[in-house]
Ligand binder design. Sequence first.
Ligand SMILES: Nc1nc2c(ncn2[C@@H]2O[C@H](COP(=O)(O)OP(=O)(O)OP(=O)(O)O)[C@@H](O)[C@H]2O)c(=O)[nH]1
Ligand SMILES: [Mg+2]
Length: 252
Amino acid sequence: MSVSSISILHSRKISALINANPYFSPIWGLSPVEETASKFVHAVSCTHDVIVLSMGKTGYGKSTTVNKIIGFNAFKSSAVEACTESLQSVDFTLFSNTKEHSLSFIDGPGFGENGEADALYREMYEMAIPKAHVILYFLRADQRDFSVDYGIFNSIFEKKARERVVIVLNAIDKIEPLDRDASGTLTHAQKQSLSHKLFQLRLRFPNIPIFPVSATESYGIDALSDGIVAKLMRFFECENSCSSYRHGTIYP
Ligand SMILES: Nc1nc2c(ncn2[C@@H]2O[C@H](COP(=O)(O)OP(=O)(O)OP(=O)(O)O)[C@@H](O)[C@H]2O)c(=O)[nH]1
Ligand SMILES: [Mg+2]
């Protein structure tokens, strides 16, 4: 994958991510393991990056969820039209004495717009998947049937790639039965229906962690962030003076 095929929307320090989302604190002071990092050749340098890639059908809330995880509205989202059309990233530069490396969140277009676009996006993702360390595969909780999502999943992820996938079941605030008067939390009936849906999904996607979230209501974002960090840790190592993780630290 050439660097030019991903547009970098923002580049910030890792401390900005940790200040916005403390679940990323364990990464403070670490740098990528060179052998497993994704290498990108730039004009005058080469970086070794760690990548979190988002995938799934259009309108499932990929951009909204990643914005919540990173703490600002970097990626555009839309209620009325397919919004993300190319691979875009927000990069957080990591600790290193000598080199520039990043933890990179890549957001991409969603499947299901039309056949021609899907073929193009598939090509894009087939190049991106081997470079990704954690892949967020999105489903929507208010969807009744997951056959299409399951079909895409099976056709795009080979066995090895599945080890890096985490399923994000988004929009749990919309799960039936909706109660217009209830706000701020899921009703008992919604929780029952969510638990039934999770059970079915675990049968369909065995051994893949599933995180129920609502990006708009910020439900489940902490657990998802923690799950991403847990999967990422083996791709990092301490470089020289590795500072320990400190509770309550304001990172510079
Ligand atoms: N109710 C509800 N709406 C959501 C949630 N997450 C996203 N949305 C809405 O769903 C719409 C689509 O969200 P996006 O984040 O643009 O979806 P996307 O998957 O990035 O879409 P593409 O870029 O087209 O692939 C927006 O109107 C969001 O506000 C959620 O958890 N609950
Ligand atoms: Mg999007």
